[in-house]
Design a protein around this ligand. Structure first.
Ligand code: LLP
Length: 463
């Protein structure tokens, strides 16, 4: 029997059988650079460090559980994406992966743009000084208040997701006496995950307007007629945790087909195409993500080739990586609380966090790695399941992993590649206090999102 796997998890078609686990790694003390942030290493005394600071000292100062983000790594990855796409393309970091004011400042300094998908994300971006014209606003059901705030702020683009929204944004922009730059999000009938994609004629999902049945063409027709809108491009986002560009190839082919139709019908060549995000990262040593420069080269070639074939001027490309920038740059640090060996099965290791700080394992059957980081050990490997402290048996952080058999309460363990969609999807389940995010850089650590307190919880509970 196969374990169920959510498309947003790292594995889709390639599902592990129930009870499967790979052989223990040759060296349990080794830290695979594929899954750990750039500045992570073991110090001489065996303690793991990040940004020059050891995790025992960090745990002492900031407590556990906590997310530690390697600022140098974040900046390097952001820069690598920016450089890979050059001046003829734009990189919009997808804020849903993880957004805070410090992150907005890093992005601004590294020359990236920002994709937001809620009023809260927009407020964070603006309050940290991201110029509004470098912000793209997404969402399948933006409220009129959100639209008004975005238009008033002067966001660079709103990505229109439905026929109602075309009318709504046009109306609000006109009321405010402006013309809003917009793209239309289309669904191209491509669903891509990991090494696989499925191309179909129509899409059964809530996002975007289908190309199928001429619906996207009709949306373009309407948008071009409305005074409040300046239609600048077409947007497509095909999936999550993608390692292969063949799904983008089909998407680009279909989007360029629409651009050609628009040119033929309206005599307008739209200047922009956005291919969305979804590029994969390594959660375990088995994953092999591609480098930004390879992706940039492949996507640019695909779009240029398709446009040449359609005799269109090549539009300006943009992409929206979230996970691929922030995912690998952080790890979650936990303290081991209890250890429960179940004879003939596995050992349950309970940590002081769980599904409230990483819902991805429970929600998507996502896979993670884990390591003992407060010391080294020469003990034999033991098969473990790392679980949290929540009142639910599905509260699993790492389903199958190996840790040294001498693991003991009080040891610190860390789960790498938790930068994306962990803090941003964190909850207060069981009134858990959401952990802080601590940025570590060149020997200095600073809290960029503080730990919640019981006072924070009680402040919302007005009795
Ligand atoms: N652009 C659009 C329009 C999107 O919908 C998304 C993600 C992205 C960009 C960024 O995708 P990324 O490069 O980060 O994969 N919570 C799930 C992922 C949901 C992604 C939704 N949209 C997870 O934890 O895997």
């Amino acid at each position: 029997m196969s374990r169920s796997a959510h498309p947003a998890g790292p594995r889709h078609a390639d599902v592990l059988p129930e009870g499967h686990y790979s052989a223990p790694p040759a060296d349990l003390n080794a830290l695979d650079p594929k899954v750990w942030a750039q500045t992570v290493s073991r110090t001489q005394d065996g303690v793991v460090s990040v940004g020059g600071l050891d995790v025992k000292a960090l745990a002492e100062e900031f407590g556990t559980p906590a997310y530690f983000i390697d600022e140098a790594d974040f900046r390097a990855r952001a820069r690598a994406w920016r450089t890979a796409f050059g001046h003829d393309a734009d990189v919009f970091y997808a804020g849903k992966a993880f957004l805070s004011r410090a992150v907005v400042q890093w992005l601004h300094e590294e020359g990236l743009n920002l994709d937001v998908c809620s009023g809260g994300e927009l407020a964070t971006a603006l309050s940290a000084g991201m110029p509004a014209d470098r912000i793209a606003y997404h969402g399948n059901n933006k409220s009129t208040d959100e639209i008004r705030t975005a238009v008033e702020a002067g966001v660079g683009r709103i990505v229109l997701d439905s026929f109602q929204e075309i009318a709504r944004v046009a109306h609000i922009a006109q009321e405010l006496g402006t013309r809003q730059r917009v793209q239309i999000r289309v669904t191209v009938g491509v669903e891509a995950h990991t090494h696989e994609f499925i191309a179909t004629a129509h899409e059964d999902q809530k996002f975007g307007i289908p190309l199928a049945g001429g619906q996207a063409a009709e949306a373009v027709r309407r948008a071009l007629q409305l005074d409040g809108l300046e239609l600048v491009g077409i947007h497509s986002h095909i999936g999550s945790q993608i390692f292969d560009t063949s799904g983008f190839e089909v998407a680009a082919h279909r989007v360029v087909g629409l651009l050609k139709e628009i040119r033929d019908e309206h005599g307008v060549e739209l200047p922009e195409i956005d291919l969305g995000g979804g590029l994969g990262i390594a959660y375990t040593s088995d994953d092999d993500p591609r480098e930004p420069h390879e992706i940039a080269k492949a996507l640019t070639e695909i779009v240029n080739r398709e446009c040449e074939g359609a005799k269109l001027r090549a539009p300006r490309i943009s992409v929206e990586p979230g996970r691929a920038i922030v995912g690998p740059t952080a790890f979650t640090l936990y303290e081991v609380g209890t250890i429960k060996p179940l004879a003939g099965l596995r050992t349950y290791v309970s940590v002081d966090g769980g599904m409230s700080d990483n819902i991805r394992t429970a929600l998507y059957d996502a896979e993670y790695s884990v390591a003992l980081v407060s010391r080294t050990s020469d003990a034999e490997p033991m098969l473990v399941r790392v679980v949290g402290k929540h009142c639910e048996s599905g509260d699993i952080v790492v389903r199958d992993a190996f840790l040294p058999a001498d693991l003991a309460p009080g040891d610190l363990i860390a789960v790498p590649a938790t930068g994306a969609y962990c803090r941003s999807m964190a909850s207060n389940y069981n009134h858990a206090l959401r952990p802080p995010v601590v940025a570590v850089h060149e020997g200095r650590a600073r809290v960029i999102v503080r730990r919640e307190t019981e006072e924070d919880l009680l402040r919302l509970d007005v009795g």
